[in-house]
Design a protein around this ligand. Structure first.
Ligand code: PLP
Ligand code: NAG
Ligand code: NAG
Length: 563
């Protein structure tokens, strides 16, 4: 029998072919090899079956074709002569980013090293005043989608006072700062109640939605490993779910199984989710609502799948935060999304979004204490003492907890219901304008938004040119990709200015349409614009391989730390 063992090894075992132990050994080795081969084949067959069953034959081919196409394109880009040009263009792009972000002018002083002698209080405050006054997009006038969720003067005053009172507090020392521990526990309890959590439910506070999501994914991974021995974890994630889930996959080495969210509802395909579940699945994800389109996934159906297959289900309510729980009481239509659905095991809720707490605050909630314990970090034999911490951070700012507690107490139920009413009404007004205003007839709303975000697209004009046109008028809207779109996340500062937004949108769209019609009349191909959104998304969308986009994004991140 032909053997694939290295010759020297084979000789060692078969030279005394006459002797029985030798033959037995050779036979056992063959057997072992065959078993390994079968296991190997089984493993790949299993992987193929998971893909084929989940995505269907065409979906599977597309999944396999993508990386191959990207590889071909990457090889093309690295050809001599081409790679130099690409690098030059990337550098030019990064140069543009820097020019846009770094302050310039004769009176800009940069402090790249410590002052030799400390400044007096007056000088520090004076310089802070200048920095605060740097040229920026006017969020104060409601010009920014998302980003600043409240910004009302009274609430900011309360937060600042709360901060000042607890500026040295650190909840890592609960005996030294008992008040901070108390407030933190109360915040979690209040949020749990808001989401109809059962008796045994539990939660923790974190530094933001991303950390909440990372913790929920880590907990699910640890649970699956401890209870079922899963060593090749997979997570089932809607295409429209927040990027933080992909971050979790990258940080914690979890395979992401992405699920399409097809038009016209743009909700995640629950059929695909159900088919993708296998023994390596550690978590199913749904959004209420998602960031790109503000659409709520069918959490009821997801809960049913989670229960049937006995897999944890995380609902990302980071954006929904304090709006989702109050939709009905504010007089709007809602959909089930919280712990009342028995399959929901964890929920992320950003107190720093529509809870109006200062930035750096979020919570993650679990159906029971055991689920929460899976995210804890405990090391009993550290020379520094027995060490345990609930989430990623060690030391944490007590001031933020005080700021969050103060915000929630000053808003109260009536405050949140009022906020929900004005924000969701404003979203609905903008949505109606897009649907009914003649001047906006070339736009269409994506899906059926129920909360604060409304996204739109166009089959006729370049949607990213609209984003650039709005930027030129001082608005900062969010550009989306696959499908190309733009969204507005309504926040308190936007409520009083939504009509101006619609008017400016109508002007921009009309201009673009006229430009397009003129071009067609002259028999030319309509030209795309050259603004930032067009440059980034227009190019990125057409590239099979995203190396260039990654390089640009890396340049952007580097720029953030240029003094
Ligand atoms: C904002 C957001 C998050 C978390 O973002 P952070 O910036 O880390 O707070 C998660 N999911 C959705 C849907 C969001 O909109
Ligand atoms: C990630 O997990 C896979 C199994 O799913 C494993 O083969 C691989 O070695 C892991 N990578 C790292 C860096 O741990
Ligand atoms: C607020 O943020 C800090 C870290 O940024 C975190 O440690 C703390 O737990 C958060 N508190 C709340 C209530 O979200």
């Amino acid at each position: 029998m032909a053997s694939r063992l290295p010759v020297s090894l084979r000789d060692t075992f078969t030279t005394q072919s006459g002797s029985r132990p030798g033959r037995l050994l050779a036979f056992n080795l063959d057997l072992l090899r065959n078993i390994l081969l079968v296991l190997f084949l089984l493993r790949w067959t299993r992987k193929a079956v998971v893909l084929l069953y989940g995505y269907g034959p065409i979906g599977t081919l597309a999944q396999l074709w993508q990386p191959f196409r990207a590889f071909l394109y990457r090889s093309f880009l690295s050809l001599p002569g081409i790679s130099g040009k690409v690098a030059a263009q990337v550098n030019e792009g990064i140069g543009k980013i820097e020019k846009g972000l770094l302050p310039t002018g004769p009176d800009v002083v940069r402090y790249a090293t410590l002052p030799k002698e400390g400044w007096g209080k007056d000088k520090v405050l004076e310089e802070l005043g200048k920095i605060e006054g740097m040229k920026h997009t006017r969020w104060e006038e409601g010009r920014v989608s998302g980003a600043v969720y409240h910004g009302g003067k009274d609430l900011v005053d309360v937060q600042t006072k709360a901060w000042g009172m607890f500026s040295v507090a650190n909840p890592i020392h609960p005996d030294v700062f008992p008040g901070v521990r108390k407030m933190e526990a109360e915040i979690v309890s209040m949020v749990l109640a808001l989401f109809n959590a059962p008796e045994d439910a539990a939660g923790v506070t974190t530094s933001g939605g991303t950390e909440s999501i990372l913790m929920a994914c880590l907990g699910a991974r640890n649970k699956a490993y401890k209870e079922r021995g899963v060593t090749e974890p997979e997570m089932i994630i809607p295409h429209t779910a927040h990027a933080a889930f992909l971050k979790a996959c990258e940080y914690f080495n979890i395979t992401a199984r992405m699920v399409p969210c097809p038009a016209p509802s743009y909700k995640v395909s629950t059929r695909t989710i159900s088919r993708l579940v296998n023994r390596n699945t550690i978590l199913i994800v749904g959004s209420a609502p998602n960031y790109p389109h503000g659409v709520i996934d069918d959490i009821t159906a997801l809960s049913r799948i989670a229960l049937r297959k006995n897999i944890p289900l995380h609902v990302d309510c980071c954006l929904g935060s304090f709006m989702m729980p109050y939709l009905e009481r504010a007089g709007f239509e809602s959909e089930p999304f919280d712990f009342r659905l028995k399959g929901v095991t964890s929920i992320s809720v950003d107190t720093h979004k529509y809870g109006f707490a200062p930035k750096g605050n979020s919570t993650v909630l679990y159906r029971n204490k055991q689920l929460r314990a899976y995210q804890y970090f405990i090391t009993p034999d550290w020379p520094g003492g027995v060490y345990g911490s609930p989430s990623i951070a060690g030391s944490r700012p007590g001031a933020l907890i005080a700021g969050c507690w103060a915000s929630m107490m000053s808003m109260g139920e009536d405050g949140y219901i009022k906020a929900c009413h004005s924000i969701v009404s404003t979203r609905s007004n903008i949505e109606d304008a897009i649907k009914n205003d003649e001047r906006l007839s070339s736009l269409s709303v994506i899906g059926r938004p129920l909360v604060s975000v409304v996204a739109f697209r166009s089959d006729i004009i370049s949607i990213w040119e609209i984003a650039d046109g709005m930027s030129a008028r001082g608005w900062h809207l969010n550009a989306l990709q696959s499908p190309p779109g733009v969204h507005v996340a309504v926040t308190v500062p936007i409520v009083p200015v939504w009509k101006e937004l619609v008017e400016d949108l109508a002007t921009v769209v009309t201009e673009l349409r006229e430009k397009r019609e003129q071009a067609i009349a002259k028999g030319e191909k309509p030209q795309g614009g050259k603004g930032d959104a067009v440059a980034l998304y227009g190019v990125a969308g057409s590239l099979p391989d995203k190396t260039i986009v990654r390089d640009l994004a890396r340049g952007f991140l580097d720029t953030l730390y240029k003094a």
